[in-house]
Write a protein that binds this ligand. Sequence first.
Ligand SMILES: [Zn+2]
Length: 426
Amino acid sequence: MTALAPLSHPVAATIRATIQRVLTQVNALSAGGPGWTRPSYSDLESQAHALIEAEAKALDMQVWRDAAGNLFARLPGQDPSRTPLYCGSHLDTVAEGGAYDGQAGVAGALALAAALRATGTTPAADFILTVTRAEESVWFPVSYIGSRAALGRLAPEDLTARRVDTGRTLADHMRDQGFDPEAMLRATPPAPARFLEFHIEQGPVLDRAAEPFALVSAIRGGLRYRAAHITGAWAHSGGAPREGRADAVVAFADLVMAMDRVWERFLAQGADLTVTFGRVDAASPAHAMAKVAGSLDFCLDLRSDDPATLDAADHAFRAEIARIEAARPGVTFDLGAQSRSAPARLSDRMLDWVAGGAARTGATPRRMLSGGGHDAAAFAAAGWDSVMVFLRNWNGSHCPDEGMDPADLALAVEAVLAALLDEAAA
Ligand SMILES: [Zn+2]
């Protein structure tokens, strides 16, 4: 593989300036700190989309929105019959989230379009900047709302999901922002094409290895119980003997330790799995120091690259619950609704395509799994040739301290640009 001549200074400068400008302007739109908060289908998310629309128009791109409010902007290719490349990410955040989750992917996609303009290159196929709505499932308990809407894969019942903070439905919030949920359900999705998403890693692997970016070969799916409940029996902490207690906290502790052993066993067998409990609440504010807790709420998040592993882990989870209920009379578990997102294998062809571009810039990015779910999973599930490019980040993710170096994103953009320039010259 011969290396491309280094990018001319103005093109590299255009990439860096576009990334910096998009990140700065989008992050100025937040409901307040600490960190950044742009809820799904909020005015702030709409304002962020409007900002990217203006940027795309300044590059003379053709802009449109679908009925769910996803934003698209086309840079026409040499041959309209060739499979387009859609490239982008989302602009909503979790509450008190970071400066890069989602934003970096949109900034990278726009920087690619700006770089194509700066080099005077007409890409081989249409390049379509893609800004999805409502990727973060913390607001509505539905995965990949915007991208699945764009792909014609959102179901009518998904529209009745309620936003956690407002209690109003997804359909109501779509209408508030000027979109049409009924038209969305009737819409014909675009033909399957190629999808590329830049995104921060949300894990420590690349930072520890001192590698600026990587290619993602698969995305873990999830199986979740968002509102599970344990019922025990309230009692006096001093008066109730050990014998005969139905302590919800002890039953929960049993379950957590049992699932940690299940997790260890699955890993020892070579399966890919993560097990995470959270939002543990032993009946506050009803609880007090002098009480044996008769009630406890929790959630569970299982993730794997294999649906069969998720099913097997769920089976083990239910078996442990049955064992604990039998061993602790008076304790009962109610798991509530289960929600799932399917694991996604990304496209070998796209992985090789980006790797080829990276090699032209002298980079040799590793291939790795994504632990978090992303829009690229929804595109892959719909039969698109999808790929992700992960960016080194630190201080975790979904938190105000989420760190990323825009220079790493610029290197990743240059790698994809090299692949696009090769394709245009072929
Ligand atoms: Zn994200």
